[in-house]
Write a protein that binds this ligand. Sequence first.
Ligand code: DLL
Length: 433
Amino acid sequence: MERYYQKEIECAPREEIRKLQDEKLIRQIHHVWDNVPYYRKKMEEKGVTPADIKSVDDISKLPFLSKADLREAYPYGLMGKPLKDCVRIQSTSGTTGKRVVAFYTLKDIDLWEDCCARAIMAAGGTDEDVCQVSYGYGLFTGGPGLNGGSHKVGCLTVPTSSGNTDRQIMFIMDLSTTILCCTPSYAAYLGERMKEMGYGPDDIPLKAGIFGAEAWSEEMRKDIEKTLGIKAYDIYGLTELSGPGVAFGCSAQDGMHINEDHFLPEIIDPETLEVLPEGAQGELVFTALDKEAFPLMRYRTRDICTLSREKCSCGRTHIKMSKPKGRSDDMLIIRGVNVFPSQIETVLLNQGYQSNYQIIVDRVNNTDTLNVEVEMTNEMFTDNVGEIEERQKALVEALRSMLGIRAKVTLVAPKSIARSEGKAVRVIDKRKI
Ligand code: DLL
């Protein structure tokens, strides 16, 4: 049975959603014009005022915001409310350049937690469930967002945060945890560790997982589902727009519903900045329709995906986004060819490997090199050189047919690649060092 947290809006007729978006956009553009001088200046430069925005159709008149704007306005320059009304910040890990700091009023947190509650109920969650939140707590949005959503659903919430894997497993087994929230790479690691401890899918009390915060392939989903004996649901979000719950997977397990009453999506061509028609692949752009403290307009996520309004079997009417291929800045350009790490993952898992791999890119004699290091599973581990060479050759061929370029493949012993408790770092690009 499909469950909803806010059925009326999650399954509202399209015209109703559209009307709500029109109203909210008009209200929000006034809020931003009046309270965010940084964006007002951008609007003035483009010659647009709130009076020009009469409906969602006018959105393309507005200027974009990008990560560069966030850096320029750091830390307080994009705030939409005075400090006295803001009660929290969250922040990104800041691996590239300055951290993003996002602000929240109490109402912002309330709406964010509603979005996470929608995701948990779409994964079958009820107040009878034990929900273990193994995303990091603290500045990262994963822990706090799903913690709040879990409370709203009424689950017994187990705030383990990430790490301390054996303790995570102890709680899962002792408390009979039914819903696990963490990154897919950590879910894969927990599954691996539980298998080593002798637990099969039937011994594990979990029934669902809510996994996101990084790109992961369908093949990885199937792998995790099999090892843990669960149904794995995707969840998407970014700090700039609140955190997890901007979009979430449902029973159809085919794309994620965007919470369109709060976030207005567009797809653009990242080069020309032109808005693309529905169904075209491009960069996802969001306008936050309700956010008070950090009201971003037309924010360029750099995530590459497609949008679809096709009817969904779960009954929800909100638009769906496809699994993001990764950020446009995760895309590797190797000898002129665009390569997403998720494409490599798909090949590896299809060939029977697990998600323990690393991609090393370098430049030797002015030519880009791509080296994929992947662990053999325990079952395939051997010291027979001929057999290893055969396997490597098969992988080189499979990668070539997917990517159109030749990669070097190095098979390594099981357990030789570091496991991740949060977002996995899969790519080492030595060209940038
Ligand atoms: O990762 C928020 C989050 C926490 C989402 C927990 C889901 C679960 P950031 O650290 O700001 O926020 O990173 C946001 O992560 O722009 C995407 O590139 C990537 N990402 C997030 N969810 C997914 C997903 C959180 N389901 C960035 N699939 C985003 C693919 C994802 N990529």
